[in-house]
Ligand binder design. Structure first.
Ligand code: ZN
Length: 141
C-alpha cells in the first residue's frame, strides 16, 4: 500500500497516536516503549492547535473504552493460544500478562486516542484553518 500524504482513517490516528483532527501532530512527545514520561500527554496539537484537554476529567470515558476492548482482546488472545496453538490455559494467561506488561503504556495511549477519535472528527484542512502560521518547530516556552 502506498503511503499517502493525507490519512483520513481513524485507525491511523489511533495506532500511530496522531492528532484526531489533523492526523499530523503528535499526541505524546515521548515514544511508547521508551518509558520516559509515559503518561504525559501534550496539552494541544502542535500542528492544528486542537485542545486535547477540553474539560477536566475528559479522559474518564477512555478508561471504560480500554476495559471493553482489552476485555475482548484478552479473550481472543487466550483463545488463539489455547485452541489455535494448543497451549495450556496457564501458559496462555502468562503470555497475556507478559504482553500487557510490555505494551501497557501503548495500551493506555491508544485508549485515549480511541476516545479522542469518538469525539473529534478528522478535518483535512485543520492545519490551514486552526494552525498557527508562525509555528516554528521547537518554539515553545
Ligand atoms: Zn492536530
Amino acid at each position: 500500500m502506498a503511503i499517502q500524504h493525507k490519512h483520513p482513517s481513524k485507525a491511523y490516528s489511533i495506532f500511530y497516536l496522531k492528532c484526531p483532527r489533523c492526523h499530523e501532530g503528535e499526541t505524546f512527545s515521548t515514544g511508547s516503549w521508551s518509558f520516559v514520561k509515559p503518561f504525559d500527554m501534550m496539552e494541544r496539537c502542535p500542528k492544528c492547535d486542537l485542545n486535547y484537554f477540553p474539560e477536566p476529567g475528559y479522559y474518564y470515558g477512555a478508561m471504560f473504552i480500554s476495559y471493553i476492548w482489552t476485555g475482548w482482546f484478552s479473550l481472543l488472545f487466550v483463545g488463539i493460544f489455547t485452541w489455535g496453538m494448543g497451549w495450556s490455559i496457564n501458559s496462555a494467561f502468562g503470555m497475556l500478562v507478559l504482553f500487557m506488561a510490555v505494551n501497557f503504556v501503548y495500551i493506555f495511549r491508544i485508549s485515549r486516542l480511541m476516545w479522542l477519535n469518538i469525539n473529534v472528527k478528522y478535518d483535512p484542512q485543520a492545519i490551514e484553518k486552526f494552525g498557527k502560521t508562525d509555528a516554528a518547530a521547537g518554539h515553545q516556552h
